[in-house]
Design a protein around this ligand. Structure first.
Ligand code: ZN
Length: 172
């Protein structure tokens, strides 16, 4: 297993739309394992393949307190949504920022699991929010897109500035 590099806003690669996974094979499962390792180490509760510069429709999540309830969603598709919930969200690709985002409270999702079996399940609460956030990543969308243009540009400028300082420190 290996820890992967997480792309950070405003990296243009986060805007790519992921394509469907064609085969659920050992190569994909190795990527899934690396994504879990990366997500747990970050630490985060969800990670989309887009965030590690792999533009295929795949995401992992674990919203449990004991970190022993991993979920894998391959080619996820939201079939139904209902209710409204507001959550203060953060994102591993937008480090240090948390903002309230409105999403559906319940969702029904069709996806393939890590063995390639077709599943259809209902989710609610934090896992439902997490899956919606990660599917947005697969479509090239970030949670900051739900904020005002002024707020988003403030976050972008701050992150760009921090990154410049950071890379200067690494060069020395
Ligand atoms: Zn995210």
């Amino acid at each position: 297993m290996a820890k992967l590099t997480i792309l950070e806003f405003p990296d243009p690669r986060l805007r790519k739309k992921a394509v469907p996974v064609e085969a659920v094979d050992d190569e994909l499962r190795a990527l899934i394992d690396d994504m879990f390792e990366t997500m747990y180490a970050a630490p985060g509760i969800g990670l989309a393949a887009t965030q590690v510069d792999v533009h295929r429709r795949l995401l992992v999540a674990d919203v449990s307190a004991d970190k022993e309830h991993p979920h894998v969603f391959i080619n996820p598709e939201i079939l139904e949504k209902d209710g409204v919930t507001v959550t203060e969200e953060g994102c591993l690709s937008v480090p240090g920022y948390f903002e309230e985002v409105k999403r559906a409270e319940h969702i029904r999702v069709r996806y393939l699991d890590r063995d390639g079996r077709e599943c259809e399940d209902e989710f609610e609460g934090l896992l439902a929010v997490c899956v919606q956030h990660e599917i947005d990543h697969l479509d090239g969308k970030l949670f900051v897109d739900y904020l005002s243009e002024a707020k988003r540009s403030r976050i972008r400028k701050k992150l760009e500035k921090e990154r410049r300082h950071h890379s200067a420190a690494v060069v020395i």
